[in-house]
Ligand binder design. Structure first.
Ligand SMILES: [Zn+2]
Ligand SMILES: [Zn+2]
Length: 406
């Protein structure tokens, strides 16, 4: 896959790499054409720059012998698989240079087969990935419904412990289906699903004593998230959901791929680096197919899907717009000047109370609809259970009774 220029008489000539001037270009990176070797270096450098804090020299053996633990949620999509590959090379380099590593990975796949039967087979995928990257750390598969029994039951969902899985799993699966089925729209379901996923991952990070979660989000994905969260009424949460550093969940969030575009990673996974990663991206086909299907039908599309389409559509021609959205949101501050009035029971994010009566999210009551009727939810029917942000209140407004796991 080399890029070619078409001359006026119709002949094609390869474009050469701007950096080495020897190999032919495989990608036009914003303003320069790069060959696969130079592009590989470029991608690695972007990730390594974001992982500065986890270099070996900051972790001398005489002060602390246990490597720092980082949780990597792996969806088998293009981004998280690329992130795993890049961190694996970083660890290999650290070992080769110093015989030590600055960190160890806890790779977790959330199995969502309970709610989507078309997802890739978790165990098959995990086995293949583990064979490919055997030395990065530990691997776990956790079922999404495991969040219902979190404190004592997650152990039951680790790979290979199928007996225990059969005992508690069925009920939770039904509960999860009940919860998502009770929600009023596809947007609400996708929103709550995303929240459950994030909360389960942060619980797991704490359980496995990880100091940070390494998300695979690209610039494109971060821009999608910013606009989608804002459109869903959770604009106040953007700084926590998109910036590197402390999160409200007690673990750090890091986005090592935040300086790369999604379309760049799509090219990257088919390169020989040294072997294409594409066959390991078991979830990538699903990523694309679902979106195309919705786009064609134009109905039942969620806000999140709409934003994904929008930014994946413009990143080709206008990459700087995508990067700008992320840069602008990066200027929002999370601390100072805002009075906290507690956390949202659903998404777990702090709500601001700075605007008094005028702020929509300030005191939204859970379960109270405009007609005055009270939702029969166990978690929300009572007024004292009403700590919910505006975004979550909108998502569960009009829901049938359900059981919230957290
Ligand atoms: Zn080159
Ligand atoms: Zn919320």
């Amino acid at each position: 896959m080399t890029e070619q220029n078409i001359t006026p008489n119709g002949a094609t000539v390869p474009t050469f790499c701007k950096r080495c001037s020897t190999n032919s270009s495989v990608i036009n990176l914003r303003t320069e054409h790069l060959c696969s070797d130079c592009f590989d270096k470029y991608v690695r450098s972007k990730c390594i720059k974001r992982m500065e804090a986890y270099r070996v020299r900051y972790n001398p053996p005489d002060t602390d012998t246990s490597p720092r633990r980082l949780l990597l949620p792996l969806s088998f999509g293009i981004s998280s698989t690329t992130l795993l590959h890049l961190l694996n090379s970083q660890l290999q380099n650290q070992l080769a240079r110093t015989t030590r590593t600055g960190f160890v990975l806890i790779v977790v796949h959330i199995d969502e087969s309970a709610i989507n039967p078309t997802v890739p087979l978790a165990e098959e995928g995990m086995r293949a990935v583990q064979e490919w990257f055997p030395d990065v750390g530990e691997y776990f598969i956790v079922r999404l419904e495991g969040i219902y029994g979190f404190s004592n039951a997650v152990k039951a969902f680790e790979m290979g412990v199928e007996e225990e899985e059969r005992r508690g799993g069925g009920d939770w699966r039904e509960k999860l289906k009940g919860l998502l089925g009770a929600l009023p729209s596809p947007t609400s379901r996708m929103d709550l699903l995303q929240i459950l996923r994030t909360r389960l991952i942060t619980e797991l990070a704490r359980k496995y004593a990880c100091e940070a979660v390494l998300w695979g989000d690209t610039t494109t994905r971060l821009a999608e998230k910013m606009l989608a969260e804002t459109a869903k009424g959770r604009g106040f949460s953007v700084p926590w959901q998109t910036s590197d550093g402390d999160s409200p969940y007690g673990v750090k969030f890091l986005y090592p791929l935040r300086d790369l575009l999604k379309k760049e990673l799509v090219v990257y996974v088919s390169l020989e680096v040294p072997t294409p990663l594409r066959p390991l991206c078991f979830g990538a086909a699903e990523e694309g197919e679902g979106k195309k299907k919705h786009a064609a039908v134009g109905k039942g599309i969620t806000i999140d899907e709409l934003m994904t389409q929008y930014f994946e559509g413009i990143e080709g021609q206008y990459p700087s717009i995508v990067a700008n959205v992320v840069r602008t949101a990066g200027k929002l501050v999370t601390e100072g000047g805002v009075v906290r009035i507690g956390r949202c029971n659903i998404c777990g994010l702090p709500r601001d109370g700075g605007g008094g009566e005028l702020v929509l999210d300030a005191k939204t009551k859970l379960g109270e609809s405009s007609s005055g009727e009270v939702n029969g939810n166990r978690s929300g029917g009572k007024k004292e259970g009403g700590d919910m942000c505006y975004g979550c209140a909108r998502s569960v407004h009009g829901a049938r009774p359900y059981e919230w796991p957290l």
